[in-house]
Design a binder for this molecule. Structure first.
Ligand code: AMP
Length: 281
């Protein structure tokens, strides 16, 4: 397993792989890898001859007051994990390698990018689409793997691939959780022990919502209210949003029947966490 830092080196390796007839899987990440990322790598290794894991804390997807500087990084641990799972290369460019100062191009999926997380994080999905489209052009993967933990991101990337005819298959991967139910996230490292206890309310409220829906509850406002009560009941929590939406349009729905996603974003102390369940989970 090698760590590659430049676009031209990745292109050279990919060229050789293509010549040998290998298929390629890509797992885009911001590093500080955990078992959630690991499950994406495993699926890529299983279904492709070669797997590229990108580790890039992408400045373009952070707003001015977000955690770009303090985002956790540990390339030694990341490379051990990727090597142990059979990944072939980590692509870890410096920001200057990815973005020339003169860069003038952005990629914006209108509508979908401005809802849900896009309200609090207006530049986020433009940055995500920009870096993912660059990675698609650099690595030219047959398959790319995205976690359903970032459900809105998954929907937006699918739309971008459809709209711009990227020749890549997007593979959704189930949310990996800690034993206590907390969805794994690199940002969980910011939480104190007390905050971690409060963060468990996210999955607990979703599980309760799931049980309401399976026992026949269809009114979105009622389910949202129940989720809100559970989360508001724990210390350090501040809800950004709790929404039940159509999985294609991400528009609110009133009646929970089919093609729905229950999505939430909550600040626990200063840390913003997201979680969800959908028909795909
Ligand atoms: P990140 O490094 O947070 O940008 O995440 C990179 C990829 O890993 C994204 O496709 C995420 O959705 C996915 N991912 C992150 N956490 C999890 C998790 N707990 N379970 C499944 N996938 C995840």
């Amino acid at each position: 397993m090698e760590i590659i830092k430049t676009v031209s080196e990745v292109r050279d390796i990919v060229k050789k792989w293509r010549k040998a007839g290998h298929s390629i899987g890509l797992v885009p990440t911001m590093g500080y890898l955990h078992a959630g990322h690991g499950s994406l790598v495993e699926q890529s290794v299983k279904n492709n001859d070669k797997t590229v894991v990108s580790v890039f804390v992408n400045p373009a997807q952070f707003g001015p007051n977000e955690d770009l500087e303090k985002y956790p990084r540990d390339i030694k641990r990341d490379s051990e994990l990727v090597a142990s799972l059979g990944g072939d290369i980590i692509f870890k460019p410096e920001p200057e390698e990815m973005y020339k100062k003169s860069n003038a191009t952005t990629v914006k999926v209108e509508g979908l990018s401005q809802k849900l997380c896009g309200i609090t994080r207006p530049v986020h999905f433009v940055g995500v689409c920009q870096v993912v489209s660059k990675l698609f052009n650099i690595v030219t993967p047959d398959n790319a793997y995205f976690g359903l933990k970032d459900f809105q991101q998954y929907v937006i990337i699918n739309k971008m691939v459809e709209d711009l005819n990227f020749p890549v298959k997007i593979n959704p991967c189930a949310i990996v959780r800690d034993k206590n139910g907390l969805a794994l996230s690199s940002r969980n490292v910011y939480l104190t022990d007390e905050e971690t206890k409060s963060a468990l309310s996210l999955n607990q409220s979703l599980q309760y919502a799931k049980s309401l829906i399976s026992s026949g509850e269809k009114k979105a406002f009622f389910i949202i209210d129940e989720i809100t009560k559970i989360i508001n009941n724990v210390p350090y929590s501040k809800i950004d949003y709790v929404k039940i939406v159509d999985i294609d349009t991400l528009d609110d729905i009133d009646i929970v029947e089919k093609k729905y996603a229950v999505l939430l974003a909550v600040y626990i102390g200063k840390t913003r966490l997201i979680d969800n369940f959908t028909e795909l989970s």
